[in-house]
Design a protein around this ligand. Structure first.
Ligand code: THU
Length: 162
C-alpha cells in the first residue's frame, strides 16, 4: 500500500486591486458577463471571461432551462463558444464570478466538477496550462495556475484519443 498526498498551490488576494492589470480587467469582464445570465430558476448569476493568447476576451454566463438539466454553467457556455468559433485558439486565463439578490456571497465561487472536466479537456488540447481566477465581488480572489490541480482525478483514457 502506498499513501499518496497531493498538494495544490494557489494564490489568494484580498481583492482585485492586488491583481495585474490584465487579470483585473478579466475579472471586470466576468462581472460584466453577469448581465447576460439567464437564471430565472436559481436566481444565481454566474459570469465568466476567458482571455485568449491573441488578447481577445470571450464572455459567458449561465443559461438555465425549465427542464433543469438542460441548462448550462457559465464556464461551459464560454468554453464551447470558443471551441466552436475559434477551434485553434489558445486560452491563457479564465475568471469566474457570481452574484445573487438572495444572499451575500462572501467567498469566491468555484467551478463545478463538470466544468472542471471540460476545462481540463481544453488544457489537454492546447497542451498548455489555463490559469483560473475565482473572483468574489465582495473581495477575495483565488488564482490557480492550472486546471489540472483542481481535478487531479479528471477522467482520462488515452486510448479513446486519436
Ligand atoms: N453554475 C455555473 O454557472 N457554474 C458552476 O461552476 C456551478 C454552477 C450555475 C448553474 C446554475 O445556473 C446556477 O449556477 C446554480 O447552480
Amino acid at each position: 500500500m502506498n499513501a499518496i498526498n497531493l498538494n495544490i498551490t494557489f494564490e489568494q488576494y484580498a481583492d482585485i486591486s492586488e491583481l495585474t492589470l490584465a487579470d483585473k480587467t478579466l475579472c471586470e469582464c466576468a462581472e460584466k458577463a453577469l448581465r447576460t445570465s439567464y437564471s430565472p430558476y436559481s436566481k444565481f448569476r454566474v459570469g465568466t471571461a476567458i482571455r485568449l493568447a491573441s488578447g481577445e476576451i470571450i464572455l459567458g454566463s449561465n443559461q438555465e432551462n425549465l427542464a433543469y438539466p438542460s441548462g448550462l454553467c457559465a464556464e461551459r457556455v464560454a468554453l464551447f463558444s470558443i471551441g466552436s468559433t475559434y477551434p485553434d485558439a489558445v486560452i491563457e486565463s479564465m475568471a469566474i464570478t457570481a452574484q445573487t439578490d438572495n444572499f451575500e456571497i462572501l467567498k469566491p465561487v468555484t467551478s463545478c466538477g463538470g466544468c472542471l472536466q471540460v476545462m481540463v479537456e481544453f488544457e489537454r488540447k492546447q497542451n498548455a496550462p489555463i490559469e483560473v481566477i475565482f473572483y468574489c465581488l465582495n473581495g477575495e480572489v483565488l488564482k490557480v495556475p492550472s486546471v489540472k490541480s483542481l481535478i487531479p482525478f479528471a477522467f482520462v483514457e488515452d486510448r479513446l484519443e486519436r
